[in-house]
Design a protein around this ligand. Structure first.
Ligand code: SAM
Length: 398
């Protein structure tokens, strides 16, 4: 398959190269922002599973350079246009539109934000990006939190944990994905572990009111995840950007207005995890957590929906910590169910990621903006090359 045929089959792949993004994922974040205004009032961001770095590029261009994309850019232009019409003609109705380009150039002026801090984390090295602090670390490892806090604030003292509360983060984003095996259930399981790792990190660094966005694979236990998230965030949505293929189980959870339950203490030593059911619980390590986020669960015995107001932080016999409704003690057979609203986002006029588009006759296929620095398949490629390529005489010992 040549570069041209991939350009034809994947409009976002082609566009990413044309617009200088390191990966087509950049469009997913831009389309999520278009729908949820993710970058509003945001200056401190953690980008988890960030390599090769297209989401960090978006952050850098929006927060550090002050560029605007999508709807925000157009709204800005329109507001400016209306303001000018009012000033000049006393009416917002444009008598002519010839000044639009003038207004556009005014609105396009860059407005960088102050005190921006962006930390990007990945197992793989990330090639440098302007204004981004990059960390090579495993998001599932407890040692990553102090690393992250130190990167966010060099005065952070791990021993006293003195700066932890003082410099919280506005937005945590995670595009984490394991190397897909093709075994559907296994892929979904590994993905959910990454997602919980991202959530646990987010709980450690987010400030109240903060936002959390993460990639999910929609599997059969996804309702349990939504129910857990709804305990911490006022709003939980599931979104599918137009640049994410409809044929893929991928979607993004967008959690807004972080409201940690009173008394909840995040910890990567005792992280929240996902079990098959939430109603296995021991009485050890339980603590009452009054909570304001409304949530309902169905009593399987009666079929009725009951609202929950109190939760407990529980570590089960497998060492998995969860937040559960306190009432579980009375209703052992209750299952939690809360269905998050599903939103398809991205302008309808945007490219369809499942469609092939005809390329112009003068189309020149471009090279990727940033080839992977140390991909997991690098050694296999080196060995294959050393043995004369795919059709070499000797087979490589990988
Ligand atoms: N958002 C990125 C971008 O826009 O360029 C693309 C992310 S890519 C789809 C998924 C990334 O997850 C990979 O770079 C992989 O190394 C990373 N990853 C997987 N497991 C991880 C872990 N345990 N800790 C840190 N990163 C991890």
């Amino acid at each position: 398959m040549g570069k041209s045929s991939k350009d034809k089959r994947d409009a976002y792949y082609r566009l990413a190269k044309e617009q200088g993004w390191r990966a087509r994922s950049a469009f997913k974040l831009l389309q999520l922002d278009e729908e949820f205004d993710l970058f509003a009032n945001v200056t401190r961001v953690v980008d988890l599973c960030a390599a090769p770095g297209s989401w960090s590029q978006v952050l850098s261009r929006v927060l550090i350079k002050g560029e605007k994309f999508g709807r925000t850019a157009w709204e800005d232009r329109e507001a400016k246009f209306r303001q000018q019409m009012l000033g000049v003609f006393g009416s917002t109705q444009p008598p002519f539109v010839s000044s639009a380009s003038e207004i556009k150039s005014e609105a396009d002026k860059l407005r960088p934000r102050e005190n921006v801090k962006i930390v990007a984390v990945d197992l793989q090295p990330i090639s440098p990006l302007p204004g981004i602090i990059t960390l090579r670390a495993d998001i599932t490892h407890p040692a990553t939190v102090p690393l992250l806090l130190k990167a966010l604030d060099p005065n952070y003292d791990e021993k006293t944990k003195s700066q932890q509360a003082a410099h919280p983060v506005d937005l945590v984003i995670s595009d984490g994905a394991p190397d897909v095996t093709g075994l559907h259930d296994l892929d979904i399981y590994v993905q959910s572990q990454l997602l919980f790792a991202a959530l646990n990190l987010a709980l450690c660094v987010l400030k109240p009111g903060g936002k959390f966005v993460a990639k999910i694979f929609r599997g059969k236990n996804v309702d349990v995840l939504y129910a857990q998230l709804k305990i911490f965030f006022e709003q939980v949505h599931v979104a599918k950007p137009r640049s994410s293929r409809a044929s893929s189980v991928e979607a993004f959870i967008v959690c807004l207005n972080f409201q940690p339950p009173k008394g909840f203490s995040p910890s990567l030593e005792k992280p929240l995890g996902v079990g098959f059911r939430l109603n296995k619980m021991t009485e050890q390590n339980t603590r009452s957590l009054p909570i304001t986020a409304p949530m309902v669960m169905q009593n399987q015995a009666t079929g009725t929906w009951e609202s929950i107001t109190h939760f407990v932080q529980v570590t089960d016999e497998c060492g998995i910590t969860k937040v559960e409704p306190e009432d579980h003690r009375q209703h052992a057979e209750i299952d939690i169910r809360w269905i998050a609203p599903f939103i398809a986002c991205g302008d309808l006029s945007a490219f369809d990621s499942d469609a092939s588009y005809r390329l112009p006759p003068d189309h020149v296929p471009l090279d990727p903006v940033q080839p992977p620095t140390a991909p997991p398949y690098k050694r296999a490629l080196e060995l294959r090359r050393a043995h004369g390529g795919a059709y070499g005489k000797t087979s490589p010992k990988v």
